[in-house]
Structures are given as C-alpha cells and as structure tokens.
Design a protein around this ligand. Structure first.
Ligand SMILES: [Zn+2]
Length: 166
C-alpha cells in the first residue's frame, strides 16, 4: 500500500510506497526536503474495508476521493413528517337525505271516500310508496271532528300525518 500525505511546505499531495516510510525525499513539487511520515495514511488505517485494487490507486492520487471516504451517510434523527391526511368531506354531505326538505302530508280518511268506498288504506299505502321508506321520517295518527253533510251531524274521524323528506 502507498502512504499518502501532504508536503508540509507546499501542501502538495504525495503518495509513496509504504517501504519508504520514515525516509527523506525531495518534494517533487517544491523541492523541499521532507520526511515521509512513518504511519500509514488515512486510507490505509484498516478501519475501512479495503477498496478494490483499481480503485485504491485512484484514491491514492485523488484528494477528492479521500474526502469522500470521510463522508458519512446522513442520519435522520427525526422521522419524516407524515403526509397530511385527506380533508374530510363536509358533514352535510354525509347526512341522509341531504338537500331534501322536511315535509308533511296529512291524509284524512273522509277525503278517501269515493263512491261510498273507503280507499283510505289504499291511498296511504300509495303515498308511502311514493315517498319511499328511506325518506320516511315518522307517521302520526290524527283524530278530528267534522260536520258530515250526509247525516247532518258532527262526526269524529281519523287520518294520518306523514313526515318525510322530499
Ligand atoms: Zn512540496
């Protein structure tokens, strides 16, 4: 292996065979008489895996490569911030029957008499089918009195009040 060091006079990077450690040479750049350091250079400390032979010679003559050996892999001491979650849809959009208004329909039994036939059940059933079960909010029985012209008396009758969305 080569010893890589810098000339103490001109800072020229020099590489010599390890067998020349401790000997004195004249710097080829500035001519100053210098002593080759006895200890191996940074890249021959053995603390790093030996690079391939082809790369080793390149490293010995490349200051940039020596610097690269001392670069450390960046370590994140904090986890990467998680992505911001998707915005939730507006609450209104989640509500059942959004965009529909609450409505009521009152169906009196007396209004369902046609030609003497009581069609109350049929008409209520038809209306409920029209509203649809998903839009049905509630139903309420209504009891009322009205003057029956047929019998000329006040009669008690009943009907249904339907609350729905539509
Ligand atoms: Zn020199």
């Amino acid at each position: 292996m080569d010893i890589v060091f810098n000339c103490p006079n001109c800072e020229q990077e020099l590489a010599v065979d390890q067998s020349g450690a401790g000997s004195q040479i004249d710097c080829p750049a500035c001519g100053e008489n210098i002593t080759i350091p006895p200890s191996p250079g940074k890249i021959t400390t053995g603390s790093l895996p030996a690079p391939p032979a082809a790369a080793a010679s390149a490293i010995n003559t490349s200051a940039a490569a020596k610097v690269e050996l001392h670069l450390k892999v960046p370590v994140h001491d904090k986890p990467v911030a998680s992505l911001i979650g998707k915005a939730k849809p507006p609450l209104e959009a989640l509500q059942k029957g959004a965009g529909r208004r609450l409505r009521i329909r009152t169906i009196r039994r007396a209004a369902c008499i046609e030609n003497g036939h009581d069609l109350f059940d049929d008409k209520v059933s038809a209306f409920l089918h029209e509203v649809g079960e998903a839009n049905l909010v509630s139903t309420h029985i209504v009891v009322y009195e009205q003057f029956d012209v047929g019998v000329q008396k006040i009669m008690t009758d009943y009907g249904i009040l339907v609350i729905y969305r539509g």
